[in-house]
Write a protein that binds this ligand. Structure first.
Ligand SMILES: Cc1cc2nc3c(=O)[nH]c(=O)nc-3n(C[C@H](O)[C@H](O)[C@H](O)COP(=O)(O)O)c2cc1C
Length: 195
């Protein structure tokens, strides 16, 4: 798939088919992540890839986090119920990926390290799209960071950047509209008198 098409087709997928993702496909998306640019070429990322019981445990934690912010069951809207179902099961995705970035002991590097790993994660998501796989960038689970660290034995030298399910989408949501689609407000052109 051409890169512009992958960029346009990538969506946050919150419903997955139960089909397993072959390890060879998971390796392809991880390889795409590994080719991202990084500050001083530090390549500071690490990915935890989980399926089975650990993935289910992760989904239960996310479900608890989302449920906490909702009204009681008898006062929920259908949309809230949908969000909760997604959270409790991770939309039935077979795999979850946790993106970590090396924090080290230099506070000056935290920002560039986060940026590098964000670039890697976006590469991963675009590669997944090109392979017909779905993802959803999620930082919601970080609301229980301590439990997440314990669940996956993540040491303090690592910053948790984001998490994503990985699996085959069960339907594609409509793309949310872009704010300022012609980018009149979002871009400042300098020295382009023809515009
Ligand atoms: C930093 C970040 C954090 C996000 N956290 C969550 C999350 O915790 N749960 C979730 O369902 N979606 C999360 N999203 C997905 C956004 O809701 C989604 O990207 C946005 O609505 C636009 O939809 P699209 O990705 O299909 O273009 C997150 C996205 C980003 C970039």
């Amino acid at each position: 798939m051409e890169v512009f098409e992958a960029i346009r087709r990538r969506r946050s997928i919150r419903q997955y088919k139960p089909d397993e993702v072959p390890i060879s496909e998971i390796e392809k998306v991880l390889q795409a992540a590994n080719w991202a640019p990084s500050a001083r070429n530090t390549q500071p990322w690490h990915f935890i890839v989980a399926r089975g019981a650990k993935k289910d445990e992760f989904a239960r934690l996310y479900g608890q986090i989302v449920e906490r912010g909702m009204p009681p069951a008898d006062r929920r809207t259908p949309d809230q119920e949908r969000r909760l179902a997604w959270a409790h099961t991770l939309g039935k995705a077979p795999v979850v990926i946790i993106a970590l970035t090396y924090r080290g002991d230099d506070p000056g590097r935290v920002k560039s390290s986060l940026e590098s790993t964000s670039a890697a994660l976006e590469n991963l998501m675009l590669a997944a799209t090109a392979l017909g796989l779905g993802t959803c960038w999620m930082t919601g689970p970080l609301a229980e960071e301590a439990r997440l660290r314990e669940m996956f034995s993540i040491g303090s030298e690592w910053e948790i950047v984001a998490t994503t399910p990985l699996g085959y989408p069960d339907g594609l949501p409509d793309p949310p509209a872009r704010q300022d689609p012609e980018m009149k407000e979002k871009v400042t052109w300098i020295g382009f008198d023809e515009r």
